[in-house]
Design a protein. Structure first.
Length: 270
């Protein structure tokens, strides 16, 4: 793969911007051990009630599905909990109970880039990463979630499957989906044998109607990729914030990351 493709994938994997994900990458660094799993004092919206799920119900969970606007805990075809991404407290609390104590990193405003808000990033088993925003974004999400593996070991020791919509998992080959997806739902990086993709799996998180549109600097954060795509990426006829939702990032056609919110064809980083 070319250095440009690797850089694009790395930036997209680590990006946690407020409301939509753009070109601002989360700064690398060590992670401090988490405090007790019940410590939720640094999670956004402290007055919002938690979604109630019993321990017995949680023990039945065998799949965690990341959708465009929620995290869904399932047992076979049954939904155990559908946690909206506007509820950071429930998201972190339920994953703590399901997966055990995460590693945790504190971030101040701007630590991950010009648009990155203060918050806390939690990672379970190197497989699920949740950025809990101290202040919810303009479109309402209080967390940004990345799935980095196809499964993770739960607190009880059992493996729990990790998926996106329609069962798409990290490691899947999505060549057919990329080939048939409309141009508006995909973005390519690199060229020739080094091509990689971002594929929108499910739309959600409509852009803020109060948005002023273009970046005030006039810069197009994706302009550097224009010469490596199937055509112009800056004239899609869509809002400057693009089409938000849950997306898959690929290395060639193999899924490497599933994330939400993660817009396609965004012309501004936040």
């Amino acid at each position: 793969m070319t250095s440009r493709t690797l850089l694009a994938l790395g930036a997209a994997v680590l990006a946690f911007a407020a409301g939509t994900v753009g070109s601002d990458a989360l700064a690398a660094g060590g992670v401090a051990p988490a405090a007790a799993a019940e410590d939720r004092s640094d999670v956004a919206d402290p007055v919002q009630p938690l979604i109630r799920v019993t321990d017995r119900e949680l023990r039945r969970v065998d799949t965690v599905e990341l959708d465009a606007e929620s995290l869904v805990l399932r047992h076979a075809d049954d939904t155990v909990a559908d946690v909206p991404m506007r509820d950071a407290r429930s998201t972190v609390s339920l994953l703590n109970r399901l997966l055990g104590t995460p590693s945790r990193t504190q971030t101040a405003v701007g630590d991950g880039g010009a648009c990155f808000p203060a918050g806390t990033t939690y990672t379970w088993g190197g497989a699920v990463r949740v950025a809990a925003l101290r202040t919810p974004s303009a479109v309402g999400n209080a967390v940004e979630i990345r799935v980095l593996k196809d499964s993770v070991r739960g607190r009880t020791g059992d493996r729990i499957e990790l998926t996106g919509p329609d069962g798409v998992q990290v490691g899947d080959d999505v060549a057919d989906e990329i080939a048939t997806a409309p141009r508006s739902d995909k973005v390519s990086f690199g060229s020739g044998d080094s091509r990689a993709w971002q594929l929108l799996l499910e739309a959600g998180w409509a852009p803020d109607e109060r948005s002023t549109g273009d970046d005030p600097t006039g810069a197009d954060p994706r302009a550097e990729h224009d010469d490596a795509t199937d055509g112009p990426t800056h004239d899609t006829g869509e809002d400057a914030q693009g089409t938000n939702g849950v997306s898959a990032l690929t290395n060639d056609t193999e899924v490497t990351v599933i994330g939400s919110p993660m817009p396609v064809h965004a012309r501004r980083s936040c």
